[in-house]
Design a protein around this ligand. Structure first.
Ligand code: NI
Length: 174
C-alpha cells in the first residue's frame, strides 16, 4: 500500500467525468488499497479516485472510523438510483478543499447501486452521514464538487481562497 498525493482544487482532474472501471484486477485492488490508506491518513470520511489524480469511477467511504471500528465501503462504478424528496442541511468538507466547510442541502436518503472489487453488483440504501457521503463522493465522479451546491457568492469566496493557497504552494515549492 502507498499513500497518494491529494489533488487540490482547482486541479483540472476534479472537473472531469471519471471513466468506468472495466477490469477488476490486481491493479484495481492496489488502487483501492492506496485510496483507503490515503483517506484514513488524511482523516477523510470518503475519497474519490479523481482526488488522487485518477479519473476512474471509484470511491471509498468510511463514516464510522471515529467510533474506532473502521467500516470501509468500496464502490466501483456507483450510480445513484433514487433520492428522497425530503432534504436536510449538514456541514460538509472535502479533502480537495483543505480548511473549507459549508452547510449543504441534500436529499436525506439515497439508493445506490455499485460493484465491489470483484465486479459483483450490490446496493446500499443510506441516510444520515453515510447517505450524505455517498452523494458527495459520487458527485466527484461526475466532476461535481461541494461548492457547486452553495450560493455563487460563497463559492467565489472559496475559489478565491483556494487559488491563493495554490499560489502560495507554488511559491513555497520554488
Ligand atoms: Ni470531496
Amino acid at each position: 500500500m502507498a499513500l497518494r498525493d491529494l489533488s487540490i482544487f482547482p486541479a483540472p482532474v476534479l472537473r472531469q467525468e471519471a471513466s468506468k472501471v472495466e477490469n477488476f484486477d490486481e491493479e484495481l485492488h492496489s488502487l483501492l488499497d492506496d485510496m483507503a490508506e490515503s483517506m484514513y491518513f488524511n482523516k477523510g470520511l470518503g475519497l474519490a479516485a479523481p482526488q488522487i489524480g485518477v479519473s476512474l469511477s471509484i470511491t471509498v467511504i468510511d463514516v464510522e472510523q471515529k467510533d474506532g471500528s473502521p467500516k470501509l465501503i468500496e464502490l466501483i462504478n456507483p450510480k445513484i438510483e433514487e433520492l428522497s424528496d425530503e432534504q436536510e442541511e449538514q456541514e460538509e468538507g472535502c479533502l480537495s478543499f483543505p480548511g473549507e466547510s459549508e452547510i449543504i442541502l441534500r436529499p436525506s436518503r439515497v439508493l445506490v447501486t455499485a460493484k465491489d472489487r470483484t465486479g459483483k453488483d450490490f446496493q446500499i440504501t443510506a441516510d444520515g452521514l453515510l447517505g450524505r457521503a455517498l452523494q458527495h463522493e459520487i458527485d466527484h465522479l461526475h466532476g461535481v464538487l461541494f461548492i457547486d451546491h452553495i450560493s455563487r457568492l460563497r463559492r467565489s469566496l472559496i475559489q478565491r481562497r483556494m487559488k491563493k493557497l495554490a499560489a502560495k504552494k507554488a511559491k513555497d515549492a520554488k
